[in-house]
Design a protein around this ligand. Structure first.
Ligand SMILES: NC(=O)N[C@@H](CC(=O)O)C(=O)O
Ligand SMILES: [Zn+2]
Ligand SMILES: [Zn+2]
Length: 345
């Protein structure tokens, strides 16, 4: 039995750091685990210009605790009015690393998202020509489509056409939750990759209804049936360079989660690597964690690999039920449960 594993320092290719007090509360967790993170732009108002992203990056860096070396990688929130020239200039200046497509009203903070992909074709064509990745929240928003089918229907109605029409565009299909998505990514060309969250590797949709309604197990895309969770596990440990780590850590304060209309999002930043390590260990694939967490992401984005390493050790840890940091009260993923791996101090 392996009791210790050392991997290259990992990155988080999908995280919500928010802004203001909650940002100052959550940034230390991500900065303690990851060297870099792709920061989602769904603030209110959303981060739609390179000037806004540059300012946001300064605020994030000010929240990084002394002694930690953490680089936020900024993204542009695409709207119907997306400005291809500003996006390209922001990419050229190193302010933007990627741009994010939220179908309008698909998820938290997506009200200003794109109503129809054809509206942003000029921006997407420009991005394809300069090698700037497009990150996609892949769910249709048609309320007539069952919520558990919205990702699979998005592949059929939108994503497959986009990949066909713009094969040069680098696309990250974010936080995939279905076997359909795995099949799509596997069969697509090398410009299509996907991130996988810890929660979608750990839970299926039963967790949302275990003995009563469990708001802290609710995120979007919503967890699916067991067969989908198993397909995601297989993809994550496959060694395929198309799959990499993206936590989708999405903090909402307790009162916003435990509500008659609770927000979607799981706050998994505090024990993210411990959570992924548990999955890779259960699958007998700890040797594949380095690729998933530390190599495939930078390779896809065309960024250098991190220097340095982290060590994880088999040592049980009980995850607190609640974390009170900087005035914010947050329930972490696995709250109250035991995890068997820890980052060695
Ligand atoms: N994943 C979520 O359930 N929520 C995210 C938005 C998103 O990533 O879709 C959030 O910003 O809260
Ligand atoms: Zn999303
Ligand atoms: Zn997200």
């Amino acid at each position: 039995m392996t009791d210790q594993i050392t991997i290259r320092r990992p990155d988080d290719w999908h995280v919500h750091l928010r802004d203001g007090d909650i940002m100052r509360a959550v940034v230390p967790y991500t900065a303690a685990q990851f060297a870099r993170a792709i920061v989602m732009p769904n603030l209110s108002p959303p981060v739609t210009t390179s000037a806004m992203a540059a300012d946001y990056r300064v605020r994030i860096l000010a929240a990084v605790p002394e002694g930690l070396d953490f680089t936020p990688l900024m993204t542009c929130y695409l709207t119907d009015a997306a400005d291809a020239d500003d996006i390209a200039a922001g990419f050229a200046q190193g302010i933007f690393t990627a741009a994010k497509l939220y179908p309008a009203n698909a998820t938290t903070g997506s009200a200003h998202g794109v109503t129809d992909v054809t509206k942003i074709m000029p921006a997407l064509e420009k991005m394809a020509s300069i090698g700037m990745p497009l990150l996609i929240h892949g769910e249709v928003t048609d309320s007539e489509v069952d919520i558990f089918d919205r990702e699979a229907v998005f592949i059929d109605r939108i994503l497959s056409g986009l990949v066909r029409d713009l094969p040069e565009l680098k696309i990250v299909f974010e936080h995939i939750t279905t076997e359909d998505a795995v099949q799509f990514v596997d069969s697509a060309g090398t410009n299509v990759a996907a991130t996988i969250t810890p929660q979608h590797l750990h839970i299926n949709r039963n967790a949302i209804f275990a003995g009563g309604i469990r708001p802290h197990a609710y995120c979007l895309p919503v967890a699916k049936r067991e067969k989908h969770r198993l397909a995601l596990r297989k993809a994550a440990i496959s060694g395929s360079v198309k799959y990499f780590l993206g936590t989708d850590s999405a903090p909402h304060e307790i009162h916003a989660k435990e509500s008659a209309c609770g927000c979607a999002g799981i706050f998994n930043a505090p024990y993210a690597m411990e959570s992924y390590a548990a999955v890779f260990d259960e699958e007998g694939a700890l040797d594949k964690l380095d690729g998933f967490a530390s190599l495939h992401g930078p390779q896809f984005y065309g960024l250098p690999l991190n220097k340095g390493t982290i060590t994880l050790e088999r040592k049980a840890i009980t995850v607190p039920e609640k974390l009170k940091t900087g005035g914010a009260s947050l329930v972490p993923f696995h709250g109250g449960d035991q995890l068997v791996w820890q980052i060695a101090k």
